[in-house]
Write a protein that binds this ligand. Sequence first.
Ligand code: HEM
Length: 179
Amino acid sequence: MDPHLMDEIKQVGQLTEADCRLLAEMKPALEKHASDVVEAFYAHLEKFEHLHKLLHAEPGRIERLKGHLNRWLIGLADGKYDESYFERRYRIGFRHVEVGLEPRYVVAAMAFCRAVAAKMIVEAEYANDPQKVERMTALNRIMDVDLNVMLQSYDDHRVQQFLEVTGFSKALFETLMAG
Ligand code: HEM
């Protein structure tokens, strides 16, 4: 991903050095509660018939997905959000384009993660912590960064798909969009 864009996403998302330190400190709490968050996440998605179909479209997919989401969640507390972090998140976005998932579901799923993490992680582990609010803010900010990167990936790959299908050049597409 373009390093300039990466910096901008962090800056507009207000992810500070203090947030990064708090997130790294919270890693054990994320590890402790990750499997409960993951179970709640898929139990929620499985309530919607078409999402249920997608989650079970291949044998073993849901089990693999639980592992992926577990690692993703714990990875939020890496504390170091460098190029390789952004590349991983960008690829996750692309995978959802490949499986044909509309981006609005990713946005809604992130909101679900936020709410569940507030209750199952921050409230459970830091109820009386003087930095409780800052911890939740840091978690929200890194989730915003992730969402932004995933949506950027959607945008890039969908434009690419459009160019391939229509045979338009990128320059022509950009001229049309600018108009
Ligand atoms: C916060 C939002 C979400 C996160 C963080 C997330 C995370 C992930 C990750 C880490 C992967 C693996 C990507 C890879 O192979 O490199 C993945 C794949 C996938 N996700 Fe999500 N996901 C989200 C939302 C959703 C939603 C709402 C659905 C709806 C059903 C969904 C369905 C899938 C499917 C079908 C795959 C492909 C599985 C496969 O390769 O077999 N995801 N997701």
